[in-house]
Design a protein around this ligand. Sequence first.
Ligand code: SF4
Length: 268
Amino acid sequence: MNKGSLYGSTGRGLIRWRQTDICDGRMEGAFADMWNELIDEVRGQQSCLDMLSAAWCAEYGTAGGRIFCGKGCHGCCTLAVNTTCAEAVIIAARLTDQQSEAVRLHVDCMRNHVYPGMELKEYLRMHRREIGSCPFLNREGACSIYAIRPLSCRSLLSTMDSHWCSEDFTSLSASVKQEFVESLDRQVVAFPTHYAASPQEMAQEMEARANRLMMEKFGFSLYGSLPVLVHLAREHGLAEACRKGKDDVVALITKTKLDNPLLLPLTP
Ligand code: SF4
């Protein structure tokens, strides 16, 4: 086993990420247990969701339904993706310097476009138009962190042709929107989207469980923008700040000018 003190460690040896051939994002050192239990929990949840989603897809297929997601389609990767803090910590431990730089540039762009008091609707529209694709999308149009992608990405299954996943609905005519809505299978989708509801509901329950566990361990929970959380974990010692407490996390988020509830809502 190859062990090393990685980016984001405290510099005082309190927490080290363990680097293995197949790095699992777990940590070593004092206080690591606080994180490792969370990391094990979300990794287990991710495997569980994959199995449950596959079973759901098989059943849906037997009933005559079809899921259109496939290799190379990536329309949903321009949506604003949120994740649990533990999932971000796992991803941060796996990034190459090149990926890390792409995340940094992406977060810079988000910081420049999100302003205090911005409405959620406007944020979501702006995200797709101005921010662009997820920094983990590679040149081939595939997810470069597929094996460790978060629950929210795993749960998004399209019941319609993939071109709908990149459609900007605000620019469609009323008649096209109407046609789209009428074509949805309301028994199956998270209306008014064309994404299957069941996998998303399962993922949301799992995220809620991970957030509760974080609350138990740290006294607060942190959930929010995937690139922002990964960037903070990778470049700014988020894991260690969480261990110190909510005040340190708030200070970190403020210092990095990412203190906007659209990016990172903190509870309680
Ligand atoms: S993590 Fe992967 S699947 Fe999720 S939005 Fe980014 S590129 Fe797409």
